[in-house]
Ligand binder design. Structure first.
Ligand SMILES: [Zn+2]
Length: 103
């Protein structure tokens, strides 16, 4: 059995995802909006580790770091244990601003 997603190892994984997200300005992989990586993990808009392959369905992939993506805590929870769609990474990022405004 693969090890459980908890404790020190899961904290390290979150740190890895945060570092990557911060460096690459990665948005939430679920809603496409920015993540404030300074928020505590307990905040609904804080960063959590989203498994693009569900841990429940693919426990053997739990610790494959290339499958970790940052997501808001609230999005992560709402998503549940489904897999991300295979094309999630290639879809255009939803725009949050108004592109026609004259800023
Ligand atoms: Zn989100």
């Amino acid at each position: 059995m693969p090890r459980q997603w908890n404790g020190h190892a899961a904290e390290q994984a979150l740190a890895t995802v945060k570092r990557r997200g911060r460096a690459q300005h990665l948005p939430c992989c679920i809603c496409g909006r920015v993540i404030d990586y300074d928020l505590p993990g307990t905040d609904p808009m804080g960063c959590t580790v989203q498994h693009t392959k569900s841990r429940k369905r693919h426990p053997e992939l739990t610790w494959v770091s290339s499958l970790w993506q940052p997501a808001h805590r609230s999005c992560n929870r709402a998503w549940g244990d489904r897999d991300m769609p295979d094309d999630w990474a290639t879809r255009p990022t939803p725009t949050t601003g108004n592109p026609t405004s004259g800023w």
